[in-house]
Design a protein around this ligand. Structure first.
Ligand code: UDX
Length: 453
């Protein structure tokens, strides 16, 4: 019989919830902890309080298995688990570029005070390098004396909308510990993933390293991905200026396996709860450690990314035949069918969503912006009440002067130019997803504008 440590996940956002559910699926006994009682109640009654494909079914199944439960009772969590994963948020600090670690502090201190035996606390949240040491100090200060509680680190790489797959079938496992005991425990914790891989005849590489490296791996990966996207967006600007097509360009360079074809989609820029804040936090931390100069390019990656937004507003104005004055374009009287509000498809997450920010900018330019999104309407409405929201695609496009297709949801990528053309007032489309074949749309009488083509 293999050892299966009992596991807790502290913080039940996209990260912690997905992990808790998936580890129960892998056969571990799991408890998820959060301070939000309504959220915990929702999980326990089998209702996933966010949109994430595949996860609702898995939640129900594993609640029934008896291996999974959720609680707000930290004492119960402390008594139950051998390994505690910290999965709370590390948002950007207000008005600064560094990360706010207060949720980590609260979770760790609260847990430590309730412990009564030696356990392993493992950080998963994305953090500035050096945080693990600080967490160990917090534990030493707040756990009962003599328990010898240890801290380890294990970054995660899950992508929202693909979260379940990324946790059950990761392309690598990375962890760090400070002792043989902890290393063995981490091996036991990840055994389920390796066993599943073996059954499916896959291999999952394991990188065991030191705490600082484990912390850095996550931000390094995200900074690299962000750089790739800003690189192709810079090439989009150049392509527009030179009369080239960035979509063909990306395809052509992507065949070189050293470059790879993923994360080379030019468009309205990256958003979400990770990439934007992670590059800022990395640059800020590098500065603190005296190597800021080497990371100035990341500030440029950030600037290229946010410039997509003014650029896109200008592209919409051009399409509508409005010229820009010194304060930007005046779009009064222009009705825009705005398709997409989330930061990417297949999620209801609107954190740092470029699409939503651009919609607000168009509204500030006095356009009549009618937003439709398959899953993000509730969140978007709360964040940007000045916009109009409709529940169907048909309502959004009715009598539109310009269609802005911004987030590559399946429902938008499969739009038919002729059918859509019959519903709008003017056949003008801004393809912020670069998902359409321009020739095809032009053939049906559309003024087509992509990004960088
Ligand atoms: C990211 C990382 O991919 C993941 O490994 C990490 O664990 C968390 O952060 P996520 O925030 O879910 O995941 O989104 P991701 O799929 O990476 O997309 C980020 C943003 O980049 C989105 O706004 C997306 O639209 C944009 N993007 C992505 C592009 O603009 N072009 C691309 O080619 C790819």
């Amino acid at each position: 019989t293999t050892t299966r440590p009992r596991i807790s996940f502290l913080g039940c956002g996209y990260l912690g919830a997905t992990y808790a559910i998936c580890f129960a699926e892998l056969g571990y006994e799991v408890v998820g902890f959060d301070v939000d009682a309504a959220k915990i109640e929702s999980f326990n009654t089998g209702v996933l309080p966010m949109h994430e494909p595949g996860l609702p079914e898995l939640l129900k199944k594993n609640l029934e298995s008896g291996r999974l439960r959720f609680t707000t009772d930290v004492q119960a969590v402390a008594d139950f688990a051998d390994v505690h994963f910290i999965c709370v948020g590390t948002p950007q600090r207000k008005g600064e570029h560094g990360a706010d670690l207060s949720y980590i502090e609260t979770a760790v201190v609260n847990l430590s005070k309730h412990l009564s035996r030696k356990v392993l606390i493992v950080g998963k949240s994305t953090v500035p390098v050096g945080t693990a040491q600080w967490v160990q100090e917090l534990v030493d200060r707040h756990a009962p004396e003599g328990l010898g509680v240890e801290v380890g680190w294990s970054p995660e790489f899950l992508q929202e909308s693909n979260a379940m797959h990324d946790v059950l079938r990761p392309n690598r496992i990375v962890y760090a510990s400070q002792s043989e005991w902890a290393s063995q425990l981490l091996k036991d914790v990840h055994r389920g993933i390796l066993e599943l891989a073996a059954v499916e005849d896959r291999e999952v590489p394991v990188v065991e390293t030191d705490l600082a490296t484990a912390e850095l791996v996550k931000v390094a990966a995200n900074a690299f991905l962000a750089t790739k996207i800003s690189f192709i967006n810079a090439m989009a600007d150049l392509s527009e200026a030179a009369g080239a097509d960035v979509v063909d360009l990306a395809r052509a360079i992507g065949y070189d396996q050293r470059i790879g074809n993923r994360f080379l989609r030019a468009g309205i820029g990256f958003g979400g709860g990770c990439l934007p804040k992670d590059i800022r936090a990395l640059s800020a931390r590098a500065g603190e450690l005296g190597v800021g100069e080497s990371f100035r390019f990341l500030d440029e990656v950030d600037s290229v990314n946010t410039r997509r937004r003014t650029h896109t507003v200008r592209a919409v104005a051009d399409l509508a035949g409005r010229t820009s004055g010194p304060n930007g374009p005046d779009l009064s009287g222009v009705r825009i069918a705005y398709l997409g509000a989330t930061f990417k498809p297949d999620t209801d997450d609107i954190r740092d969503s470029p699409a939503l920010d651009i919609a607000r900018r168009l509204r500030s330019a006095r356009a009549d912006v009618v937003v439709y999104d398959p899953e993000g309407l509730e969140n978007a409405k709360a964040y940007a009440p000045e916009l109009s929201f409709v529940k169907t695609l048909a309502e959004a496009v009715a009598d539109a002067d310009v269609v802005c297709a911004m987030v590559p949801w399946e429902e938008f990528r499969t739009l038919d130019p002729e059918a859509l053309g019959r519903q709008v007032a003017e056949r003008r489309i801004l393809d912020g997803m670069n998902a359409f074949d321009p020739e095809q749309w032009r053939k049906h009488g559309w003024s087509y504008q992509g990004i960088g083509r």
